[in-house]
Design a binder for this molecule. Sequence first.
Ligand code: HEC
Length: 144
Amino acid sequence: MLNVYSRAVRLALVPIRRRRSGPGLSVLARQLVGAGLWLMGATALAQTGDDVERGRELYMRNGCFSCHGTVGQGGERSGAPKLAPDTYPFEVFKLLVRTPREAMPRFDPRYVSDEDLLAMHRYLSAQPRATAAREIPALQSLMR
Ligand code: HEC
């Protein structure tokens, strides 16, 4: 998605670069290009939000939540590690899901595509970071 987006931005910028040596673009043309870029930016942002929601849905449907917790907080009994919000870079994440090291079931690309994994990765990365214990007033007295 991001690639398509940045390609579109580059394509939109071509006429500006080409015309630099000649007479400048008219004000109207510049404003049109500007509005177009703004619109594409807004669309890309909206799609990222959709992707996180799609990722959440896939994470639930594929049962990842049953071991790793609904927000990737890690499993209490299964020993499945915490996955959010600081999970591995996508390529490593993918490798670990395709070829798990021990108890985790393997998720084959026939059933869970790379695209689906990317959406799940976005969902996990979008989780808010937990507040550190030392920043929670009720816990501070216990930590002295
Ligand atoms: C049956 C329980 C179970 C399910 C279901 C499961 N996992 Fe896991 N997962 C584990 C365990 C246990 C590990 C630790 C490595 C191992 O034992 O293979 C792990 C490891 C991982 C890791 C590596 C994390 C690390 O810090 O090493 C990732 C990434 C991961 N799982 C993602 C997923 C995703 C995404 C799904 C759903 C598509 C999923 N898991 C479904 C149990 C599970």
